[in-house]
Design a protein around this ligand. Structure first.
Ligand SMILES: C[S@@+](CC[C@H](N)C(=O)[O-])C[C@H]1O[C@@H](n2cnc3c(N)ncnc32)[C@H](O)[C@@H]1O
Length: 293
C-alpha cells in the first residue's frame, strides 16, 4: 500500500523563510518545497508523516495568521518521488575557489572540473548537496584553513560533503557522524562514488549515531559543526573537549539572530572566534582553541 503524507502550505515574508523553516523542522517536517509567492513573499509546502504538533510560532488552522506566517492549505497526499522534478533541473555549483559540487544524476556526464575538486552528490534526502548557504560557508572556510595531514571531526555530516571535501584536501583522518540513519548510509555511498584512484586517500569513517561514540581521549585538529544550534547545544561541551589545544572549529548552521548566544556558548568552552562569514541570514565562524590562527 502506498504511504501517505500530510502536507501544510504556509505563506510568509521572504525574510522569515529561514525562521519558518526552522520551526517546521522543530515540529518534525520530512521535507519542505519553497516557491516564490510575490515580490517579497515565499510559500513553504511542508510534508509530515502525521499532522504536526502545535508550535507557538506556526498557525494551526487554514486561514489563520500567526506572527508573519499564514497557513494557506493542508491535506493528505499519496507518496510520490518528491525530488524528481528538482533532480531534473539541478546544475553543478562552484563553491569557493576549490570546489565544484554536482548534485546531478549519475547518467549525466561528469561536470568539467576546470581545476576544481569535483564532489558528485546526486540529490536524495541527505542534507548537503551544495545548494544551501550553510554548506557553502563551511566549504569556503575549509579551503582556507590547514587541512593537509590533519585530523577532522565532522558533526552532523549529512551527505558527508564536508568530510569528503576535507579528505580531498589531504586530511589524514576524517570522522563524520549523523543522527539520521538514512543520511549516514547515503554518505557511505557518496564516499565510494567519489573515490579517485589517482588521489591518495586519508582514512575516512562515516557513521550513524552521536558524538558519544567518539573515544574520550581523541583530540582533533579541526572540528566542523554545521548543525542547527538547538539540536547540538547539549553536546557542545563534549565536542569542544575533542578539539586539541591550538586546534580549530568551523561552526555553521546559525541564523544571525542567534549569533550572540551561540558564540557566547562556544567562548565559554574556550573556543574564540577569529573569523566570520555571512550569506543571507546564515553565519559561520572560524574559532580557535587557545591560540591565534
Ligand atoms: C545542516 S545539515 C549539515 C549537513 C552537512 N554537514 C553540510 O554541511 O551540508 C545538519 C545535519 O546534522 C544532523 N544532526 C542534527 N542534530 C544532530 C546531532 N545532535 N548529532 C549528529 N547529527 C545531528 C542532521 O540530521 C543533518 O543531517
Amino acid at each position: 500500500m502506498a504511504s501517505r503524507y500530510f502536507s501544510r502550505t504556509y505563506r510568509t515574508e521572504a525574510a522569515w523563510e529561514d525562521l519558518c523553516t526552522q520551526r517546521l523542522v522543530e515540529v518534525g517536517t520530512r521535507g519542505i518545497e519553497v516557491s516564490v509567492a510575490g515580490s517579497d513573499a515565499v510559500q513553504l509546502l511542508a510534508y509530515f508523516s502525521t499532522p504536526p504538533p502545535p508550535h507557538q510560532g506556526l498557525p494551526e488552522r487554514v486561514g489563520e495568521q500567526r506572527g508573519h506566517v499564514e497557513l494557506l492549505a493542508e491535506g493528505w497526499l499519496e507518496e510520490r518521488d518528491w525530488q524528481e522534478e528538482f533532480r531534473r533541473h539541478v546544475v553543478p555549483i562552484q563553491i569557493g575557489d576549490r570546489f565544484l559540487v554536482d548534485p546531478g544524476e549519475l547518467d549525466r556526464p561528469p561536470p568539467v572540473a576546470d581545476g576544481r575538486i569535483v564532489l558528485r552528490l546526486p540529490t536524495r534526502t541527505a542534507f548537503g548537496t551544495g545548494s544551501h548557504e550553510t554548506t557553502q560557508l563551511t566549504l569556503e572556510w575549509l579551503e582556507q584553513v590547514e587541512v593537509e595531514n590533519r585530523t577532522i571531526l565532522d558533526v552532523g555530516s549529512g551527505s558527508g560533503v564536508l568530510s569528503l571535501a576535507a579528505q580531498r584536501l589531504g586530511a589524514r583522518c576524517v570522522i563524520g557522524f549523523d543522527l539520521d540513519l538514512p543520511s549516514a548510509l547515503m554518505s557511505g555511498q557518496y564516499e565510494r562514488l567519489n573515490r579517485e584512484p589517482s588521489v591518495p586517500r586519508g582514512r575516512i569513517g562515516l557513521y550513524a549515531g552521536t558524538s558519544g561514540a567518539i573515544c574520550p581521549k581523541a583530540r582533533f585538529d579541526l572540528l566542523m559543526v554545521n548543525v542547527l544550534p538547538h539540536r547540538i547545544a547539549s553536546e557542545l561541551g563534549w565536542l569542544a573537549g575533542r578539539v586539541r589545544s591550538g586546534g580549530l572549529a568551523l561552526v555553521s548552521g546559525v541564523l544571525d539572530a542567534e549569533e550572540n548566544s551561540v558564540l557566547a556558548a562556544w567562548r565559554a568552552l574556550g573556543l574564540d572566534p577569529v573569523g566570520r562569514r555571512q550569506r543571507g541570514e546564515w553565519v559561520a565562524w572560524k574559532l580557535t582553541k587557545g591560540g591565534s590562527q
